[in-house]
Design a protein around this ligand. Sequence first.
Ligand code: NDP
Ligand code: OXD
Length: 316
Amino acid sequence: MRILLYRGDGIIEPWARDFAAELPHAETVVWEEGEGAAPCAPCDYAVLWAPSPALLDWLAQTAGQLKAIFLMGAGVDALLKFGDALPPVPIVRLGDAGMAEQMAEYVAHAVLRYFRRFDDYDRQAREGIWRPLPVPAKRDFTVGVLGMGKLGVPVARTLRQLGFPVRGWSRTPKDVPGVECCSGMDALDGFLAGTRVLVCLLPLTPDTSNLLDRARLSRLPEGAYLVNVARGAQVAEPDLLALIRTGHIAGATLDVFRNEPLPAPHPFWGEPRITITPHISALTLREEAVRQIAAKIKLLESGETVADVVDRDRGY
Ligand code: NDP
Ligand code: OXD
């Protein structure tokens, strides 16, 4: 069995080492491209993150041998954008693999920071001001989670454990104890109207691209706060900025952006009510990821089915 490995950031040696340890009978090869790159023999599995068009071309040409593509992350938008150029094999994303805990930590931190007014205290401290500030009642501080999947549900549960009223919105109906769930576009406006902190954990698909535009963000009550940990293209960035500047939205914690790294002249950098992190809310943990992918390869090799296969029509 031959497994092809590739990461757009080039950090692939530790992955090759971990796969060799998990699957000692497999040959791992690292995809190289450009002048002087060694030709690669067809592979049974490809394990990728941020592949190039040249790599996908080659996978399509050698698809006769390829059995599945595994992603080293949860989001599949960067692969599905290749559409018909993708080889016709199952695409398998990471399912949690240590991301849910990180995501819950990140979102809980952002929500608590806004709720307990830490940004206001930072500002006061810089000016040498000692002044306790009022905090709203938790019962009036509803957190709404867009996307109740592998990451959204644990995030919603964590916020619930912290005592916040929590709502969840998804495509199909959900039943999560303690969380008020609703689904579908018809429910979205009402969901937004009752949400004080909006957390976005949706996959990027044609349906969710630009979902959070001026009209939808304006449905949030005055003084609402946004936490986006999903994909930047789900938010109309100029609309968010305009609503923060008018005061309708109090601020945002953003981990993802339409263009990453966030370009130097982007107005978000200069907006003190926006907290920026460099796409780190839930990092791929290599050891967990390799263990999960290797276990799924073993299942496929023994003719079994695996979880987390992407539905190409749905887009996630
Ligand atoms: P899942 O596929 O497990 O869950 C997606 C959720 O979104 C599901 O509840 C789904 O509904 C819902 N959904 C999808 N489309 C719609 C729609 N049109 N309307 C309403 N609800 C919709 O994904 P994960 O929870 O694993 O991950 C979510 C996203 O988080 C990833 O796609 C990725 O973009 C992002 N991410 C970001 C990271 C970071 O570091 N910033 C790290 C990891 C992931 P239903 O349940 O009904 O299908
Ligand atoms: C992912 C990500 O989708 O890191 O895994 O954003």
